[in-house]
Ligand binder design. Sequence first.
Ligand code: PLP
Length: 384
Amino acid sequence: MFKLTPRLKPNYTFSDWIAALNIFQKNPIDSYEKEFANKFQNYYGVMFQHGRTGLYALLKVWELENDEVICPAYTCVVVPNAIVLSGNIPVFVDSSKESFNMNLELLEKTITEKTKAIVVTHIFGYPMDVVKVQEIVKNAEQKYGHKIYVIQDAAHSYGAKWQEKLVTKYGDAAIFGSNISKVINSIFGGMVSTNSKETYEKLKSWRKSNSKASGFSKSIKRFIYFVAVNIAFNSYVYGFVNWLERIGALDRFVKYFEEDKIYFPTDWDMMPSSIEARVGRNQLKKYNYIMENRIKNAKNWINKLQDEECQFMQDMQGSTYSHCVALVENRDEWLEKYRNEGIQLGILIEYSIPYMKAYESYKRGEYPVSLEYSKKSINFPNWV
Ligand SMILES: *Cc1c(COP(=O)(O)O)cnc(C)c1O
């Protein structure tokens, strides 16, 4: 009766259980960092408890303070949260009409002499034109006479390529999120990868002096969470879980933002635990398989729905389809129709950040395209 295909689901298999339980692995965090950086062709990786913690740490070690950091209006709210909490000022750029990413012309106009960093997000796995971004940034650096850091936000775009080159090879650093809603995960956790030895060493030392120790009880809690996730995402159980979610009983676990608050979760500055790194390492091994199949599943949806009244972005080479997203006019009807067929659709991302209560004071003008996306986007489950 309750059977429901969830909108997202982590790819946990037997090998992840083995990894989670293999407490004899030596220094899994170090290994995970190296393997991760290697996979996405950067020299160094530093693991954090969340992707947002990594962004926060980058802004701190680069000593940005009261500076303007540009990011998309249409992105995950944890990004501007990290910018504000690090003592900086988020400046938003509206989306392009051709993809869900920042409009490059607007980006160029938004840079001022106060701009010290730009978060380049490849949302839903659609690559941004990183070559053009580089050119814009270079011109601005010459004009204003100071460094402008470029951070690739690869939380949705593990492995995305622009002109056959990984987007994470561009810029000063890349951030990744790897909670259970991401393409691969380390239970919780996030990563920063970089080619700069200096940035790497500073991040390591920042983490050392600013992180709370991650003890045995946290490992146990993470293991319990891992087990719970395995149970909850079974499609028979999930129907019931979804019902609990809809009546609000799970807000504590599933809600990741509040309209009117800029905050971090309480575990934000904890050292990631070994169990998370062990699961992350195993997920990394399955990365190619997961990615190929996510793309395949997304393309199946797109083919299947081509005559329906929903609009997909044009297929872009190098996209990784972290989500299979379409724009529809009457979102609630779509949600309802699919739910009746036993499939849960997602609505990610359902806000344009400068229009959120917490960010009103950072709003500069209007962001109509992102606002439209926030009202019309819907995503079809393409997990493996
Ligand atoms: C998930 C996500 C992040 C990082 O999220 P954490 O939950 O902090 O790991 C960053 N940017 C985008 C666009 C995301 O979706």
